[in-house]
Design a protein around this ligand. Structure first.
Ligand code: DX5
Ligand code: ZN
Length: 226
């Protein structure tokens, strides 16, 4: 299956929460494909962010696909509520799901694309038996919980492994990389096989966020595959 054009998913976590409307308007006018929404419960990760009511309020003012990253325990209790709030892609953590296969089917039955996130300590091969069921794999390149952390390079090896599996099995599962991604390493991430880049601080803390999004979008992965 042909490699798909990569997507850019700015992470709202790094936005200005005193003026979210301004940042959403910037995203709407930018070349971003998705808006990445980080939901944290203070249990699965040592931080608390926002939940479905904020997502539901943002839905009518944002034109991009809502990519919801659930860093929560018991995600199966909330899947339908997040779809109802506007989630179109939902990532649950491998480490938070005892019955992962069931949760993946639940996400699809609720009408969203299903993705599983793996923490830095989880091998990509842990997803071998569910890869066919997934629309996307989210490779964490930091420990989840906070924006602005340093990229863990081991994530590239996981992308290479997953890309090989996806190619061998003729799937069109996407590979998303999340944490510490910016202009300094995006080429390497794409070259390793990723095709969705999440970027929080590197976008929102830059002097021209829309330009940074455009630069990330215009990297040509084909020219890198030499
Ligand atoms: C971390 C979140 C990330 C975060 C990325 O737990 O999952 O999506 O917002 O932020 P940066 O790009 O600043 O590392
Ligand atoms: Zn995230």
């Amino acid at each position: 299956m042909a490699r798909q054009k990569h997507l850019i998913a700015p992470s709202l976590l790094a936005a200005d929460f005193t003026n979210l409307k301004k940042d959403i308007e910037m995203i709407n006018a930018s070349e971003a494909d998705w808006l990445h929404l980080d939901v944290m419960d203070g249990v699965f990760v040592p931080n608390i962010s926002f939940g479905m009511s904020i997502i539901k309020q943002l839905r009518p003012i944002c034109t991009k696909v809502f990519d919801v990253h659930l860093m929560i325990e018991n995600p199966s209790d909330y899947i339908e509520a997040f779809v109802d709030a506007g989630a179109e892609v939902i990532s649950v953590h491998y480490e938070a799901c005892t019955h992962l296969h069931r949760v993946i089917q639940q996400i699809k039955a609720a009408g969203a694309k299903a993705s599983v996130a793996i923490n830095p300590h989880t091998p990509a091969s842990a997803l071998d038996d569910v890869l066919e069921d997934l629309d996307m794999v989210l490779v964490m390149s930091v420990n989840p919980g906070f924006g602005g952390q340093k990229f863990i390079y081991r994530a590239l090896e996981k992308c290479r492994y997953l890309r090989e599996q996806i190619t061998i099995r003729n799937l069109n599962t996407r590979i998303q990389v999340d944490g510490g991604v910016g202009l300094q390493n995006a080429e390497a991430v794409l070259k390793a096989g990723a095709d969705v880049l999440v970027s929080g601080s590197a976008v929102f803390k830059s002097s021209h966020p829309a330009d940074t999004i455009a630069k990330l979008k215009h990297i040509d992965p084909h020219s890198l595959l030499v």
